[in-house]
Design a binder for this molecule. Structure first.
Ligand code: CA
Length: 229
């Protein structure tokens, strides 16, 4: 699946090498060469993933990672630190600052892509191409198809993303604000009642196979996908 990736790297040659490789793998890339540019990018659009160089002019990558983790809006963005430091102590510092993974320079583009894939599986499975199934409900991200007990179900793009998120995060309750953050990417311009509208549409689309029962309303808290209902 195409990811929006922000590359924060002050060395232009490395930044471009990474960008070209990500783009040829089908991802969309934004580029920043310091903390200020990175934060401006993130204010505009929340990326699906940040590749963060450790040694930057001004604020370090470590400081940026801490800032992202301390902010409600950016708290869950997957972060991979890029660094020339390979000492154990530095890895620990990076992970403590909130990085999810750590790639030591020099690295091959293939290695980086593999690490990205593994991290997204772990941190944002709703952004991967893996087929998900529960209770006879099947969602195929590559084909962009959903079926219930073999019956093709017709979902709009937002309902598809919502169902994909639910199926990859079953049994947990999400508030409307959390769903906006995780499914819409950003809640700056969308109202919370929008979530209810799309939940209603999603349930309608799932009614044909009876899977609407899996989308549960949790009074006062939000919604939950019940994989064992
Ligand atoms: Ca650097």
């Amino acid at each position: 699946m195409a990811l929006n990736v922000l590359i924060v790297e002050d060395e232009a040659a490395i930044r471009e090498l990474i960008a070209v490789n990500l783009e040829s793998a089908g991802h969309h890339v934004s580029r920043a060469s310091d903390a200020e540019q990175a934060l401006t990018c993130i204010r505009r659009t929340l990326p699906d993933l940040v590749l963060l160089d450790w040694m930057l002019p001004g604020q370090s990558g470590l400081a940026i990672a801490r800032r992202l983790r301390a902010n409600e809006r950016t708290r869950t963005i997957p972060i991979i630190m890029l660094t020339a430091k390979s000492a154990e102590q530095d890895k620990v510092l990076g992970l403590e600052a909130g990085a999810d993974d750590y790639v030591t320079k020099p690295f091959s583009p293939r290695e980086l892509l593999a690490r990205i894939k593994a991290l997204m599986r772990r941190r944002a499975p709703q952004l991967t191409d893996d087929v998900v199934e529960a209770q006879g409900l099947r969602l195929d991200p590559t084909a962009h198809r959903v079926s219930g007990n073999g019956l093709a179900l017709d979902l709009g793009p937002t309902e598809f993303r919502l169902l994909h998120f639910f199926m990859t995060h079953a049994e947990r309750v999400y508030s409307r604000a959390q769903l906006l953050d995780r499914v819409w990417g950003d809640h700056v311009f969308v109202e919370e009642r929008t979530v209810d509208v799309h939940i209603r549409r999603l349930r309608q689309a799932l009614e044909a196979s009876g899977h609407d029962r899996l989308i549960e309303t949790v009074r006062g808290a939000g919604y939950r996908f019940a994989a064992t209902a």
